[in-house]
Design a protein around this ligand. Structure first.
Ligand code: MTE
Length: 335
């Protein structure tokens, strides 16, 4: 049996990133938690091997055919293209990831996410909707207006890329859910499965990963539910089978592996707000002039180029989204 303990608390000091908030090494090494994590993450690697070997206990492997594969590629919508930068190579977007359920290093998701079973994939619509219901991902995708869009992506850690996402507008999803008029927010929650993501055994981390938008933001033309990228179904490390992309916001809003949509009139406390309320807020709109408390947001690195360029307000999408925030001057809109 392969037992390899990922030293997730041994993050290089140069990576002054959000990850510290999840698994701060000083915090962890002080307590018995260190042992628990070592065990948990060892289990994670062990499981990857199980999956590669054909799986045990019914875990789906990447060899399982994706029933939606023949639907791709979707027709590109010419209204959503990026003209000022080149497309980032697929290999980079698919291998440099944040998906903390699978570990804290950028290459952990591509190594570990294969263990996540994504069929069947039930999605629920709950809370302030005309009638709560559940649907299966393969049923949902057939009911949606499918298209491809090219968007800029900007992580709060200051890296950026350009990718072609396949999916459907979040507005179509909201219409499908039929929220009642008093619903103000839509909350998205990721799966829970500590068998494939032993990090979810860490009780001090506020799993499941939770994010939210106002219903107005969700209905904005740019909010996009993503099912694929580069003309194919989404890789698991990028959030298969269903994730959000909101290109004017920092990437942590883009919840991966969504299983629950909850409509509510209460602003949710998100995963990052719970972990670091002084550093992460609800809105998380990109702004070069509002630094993160620990680093500047003035510039960003375009992955694969080694180039740093100026960050753009709302990541360059101000024309489409600035009007959402005109009456919210008192809010912390940019963190
Ligand atoms: N969704 C879940 N469930 N778990 C996560 O850790 N990380 C977020 C977001 N969605 C995350 C998540 C962060 S911090 C970023 S920057 C983007 O996913 C990264 O998306 P990518 O790996 O496809 O580039």
């Amino acid at each position: 049996m392969l037992i390899r303990v990922r030293k997730s608390w041994e993050m290089p000091e140069r990576l002054v990133t959000a990850e510290e908030l999840v698994m701060n090494r000083r915090h962890l090494l002080r307590g018995a938690g260190a042992l628990a994590i070592a065990g948990a993450l060892a289990g994670c690697d062990n499981g990857s091997q199980t999956s590669q070997n054909g799986g045990a206990g019914g875990i789906q492997t990447s060899a399982t055919p994706d029933p939606t594969a023949s639907m791709y590629p979707f027709k590109r919508n010419p209204a959503y293209v990026v003209t000022d930068r080149a497309m980032t190579p697929e290999t980079i977007v698919a291998s440099y990831n944040n998906y903390y359920e699978f570990g804290v290093e950028k290459d952990d998701p591509i190594r570990n996410a294969d263990r996540l079973p994504i069929r069947p994939w039930e999605i629920s619509f709950e809370g302030m909707v005309e009638k709560s219901f559940k649907t299966d991902f393969d049923t949902l995708i057939k009911a949606m207006p499918l298209e491809e869009r090219v968007y800029r992506h900007r992580c709060v850690e200051t890296w950026a890329f350009v990718a072609p996402w396949s999916g459907f507008s979040m507005k179509a999803l909201v219409d499908y859910a039929k929220p009642t008029p008093d619903a103000k927010y839509v909350v998205m929650k990721t799966w829970m499965n500590a068998d494939v993501a032993p990090a979810q055994n860490m009780v001090w981390v506020p799993w499941p990963y939770t994010e939210g938008l106002t219903v107005d933001e969700a209905r904005n033309e740019l909010a996009f539910m993503v099912t694929g990228m580069y003309g194919k179904p989404l890789p698991k490390q990028n959030g298969a089978p269903l994730r959000l992309v909101t290109p004017w916001k920092y990437g942590f809003k883009s919840t991966k592996g969504i299983q629950r949509f909850i409509f509510t009139d209460q602003r949710p406390k998100t995963y990052w707000m719970a972990l670091g309320p002084d550093e992460y807020g609800f809105w998380a709109n990109v702004n070069p002039q509002v630094p993160h408390p620990r680093w500047s947001q003035a510039t960003e690195e375009i992955l694969g180029t080694g180039e740093r360029v100026p960050t753009q307000l709302y990541n360059g999408y101000g024309a489409q989204v600035a009007s959402l925030y005109t009456n919210l001057a008192d809010e912390r809109l940019f963190m």
